[in-house]
Write a protein that binds this ligand. Structure first.
Ligand SMILES: Cc1c2[nH]c(c1CCC(=O)O)Cc1[nH]c(c(CCC(=O)O)c1C)Cc1[nH]c(c(CCC(=O)O)c1C)Cc1[nH]c(c(C)c1CCC(=O)O)C2
Length: 343
């Protein structure tokens, strides 16, 4: 069997047509996702129901034939496994009990005590590795320590990650201790996903862009480097995608510094810029603006062709610059894929 297209791109091969998948491809824009989510009851129940989580992971593969499936779960399941209470407020997003003091940090579980909670997630991976079409790559993931910490410190999503920056300034030891616990437990979490059948790992650092200067090196680059180095020691050849979203100039050299095989690019930089500055070091993933999945038409076709063209001289995995939104039209996804595969 020839190697799967995504794995070939991750090893640096330049393919005539880039392989494609989409962040949040299993999500609320799909009627079949909404039906399965209703059957599960709510989002977290869906994440922990291995059969239904595998089902929603497979839905966009059946509908569109994407080259990769991403495990259906969430970056906030790890803090839950470490002992925080997590819930989702309808229409608002995640809420959790906060960790901001030495005592609250000390009360969290250890890195080896997360697997009872996360067992159903590993089972979802096992089901998927049996049921996915043979040409489809299975991607496992976790949040990066900084991004996960921003939610744990604030107890919710924040626009500027203010509470996490404040703790970093006021109590460096507690902040650094939380980052360290998240780094070591993420290594254990991702290792179990790989043992269960994940072929590629992606690390989501959605708020990397708010770390500046030395903070970016210490809390975006260094934790990613530690996670990637240890995973590659345990699983030689495992391909890893890093997503330091909105890192700007921080994208330059990120793959070299961390050992990532691929860097995912958001919409704050142009494909042209990323091709010149990031793709010169290896594979990149991205970066069609997800708004096109809502608006469609000729602008979608033109923008898709432009992303394909800009990255055509190096290894590239086509994706959006961020997750597809609930108001997207499923027809536009089909049009994007058709445009990629014809160009
Ligand atoms: C910050 C973050 C979270 N989760 C995630 C991130 C990092 C990437 C990013 O920036 O989007 C990552 C994530 N979340 C989800 C996945 C599964 C894989 C995928 O489809 O890409 C992944 C990789 C499912 C999800 N995670 C969530 C949904 C929507 C849940 C629903 O059905 O109501 C899905 C499909 C909920 C979630 N989960 C989170 C938030 C802030 C929200 C609410 C916002 C929203 O509603 O979109 C935390």
């Amino acid at each position: 069997m020839t190697e799967k297209t995504i794995l070939r791109a991750l090893r640096g091969e330049v393919l005539p047509t880039p392989p494609v998948w989409m962040m949040r491809q299993a999500g609320r824009y799909l009627p079949e996702y909404r039906a399965t989510r209703a059957e599960a009851g709510d989002f977290l129940s869906l994440c922990y129901n291995s059969d239904l989580a595998a089902e929603v992971t497979l839905q966009p593969i059946r509908r569109y034939g994407f080259d990769a499936a991403i495990l259906f779960a969430d970056i906030l399941l790890l803090p839950q496994a470490l002992g925080v209470d997590l819930w989702f407020e309808t229409g608002e997003g995640p809420r959790m009990t906060t960790v901001t003091t030495p005592a609250e940090l000390a009360a969290l579980k250890g890195k080896d005590d997360i697997h009872d909670t996360l067992g159903p997630i590993y089972e979802t991976v096992r089901i998927l590795s049996r049921e996915l079409p043979k040409e489809t790559t299975l991607i496992g993931f976790a949040g990066a320590p900084w991004t996960v910490a921003t939610y744990m410190i604030a107890g919710r999503g924040t626009k500027d990650q203010g509470p996490a920056h404040a703790l970093k300034a006021a109590d460096r030891a507690t902040f650094a201790g939380l980052i360290d616990l998240l780094t070591t437990s993420t290594i254990e979490y991702l290792s179990k996903q790989v043992e269960a059948g994940a072929e590629v790992i992606k690390i989501f650092d959605s708020w990397a862009g708010s770390l500046k200067g030395q903070d970016f090196e210490d809390f975006a680059v260094e934790p990613a480097r530690r996670i990637i180095t240890e995973l590659k020691a345990r699983f030689p050849g495992l391909p890893i995608i890093a997503f330091p979203r909105e890192a700007g100039e921080g994208y330059i050299g990120f793959a070299k510094k961390t050992g990532a095989d691929c860097v995912a690019i958001d919409n704050s930089v142009s494909a042209e810029w990323a091709a010149a500055n990031v793709q010169k070091d290896g594979c990149v993933q991205g970066n069609l603006d997800p708004r096109h999945m809502v608006t469609g038409g000729q602008p979608l076709i033109d923008a898709t062709r432009e992303v394909v063209r800009a990255f055509s001289k190096g290894p590239h995995i086509f994706n959006l610059g961020h997750g597809i939104t609930p108001d997207a039209d499923p027809e536009n996804v089909a049009l994007m894929i058709e445009t990629i595969r014809k160009s």
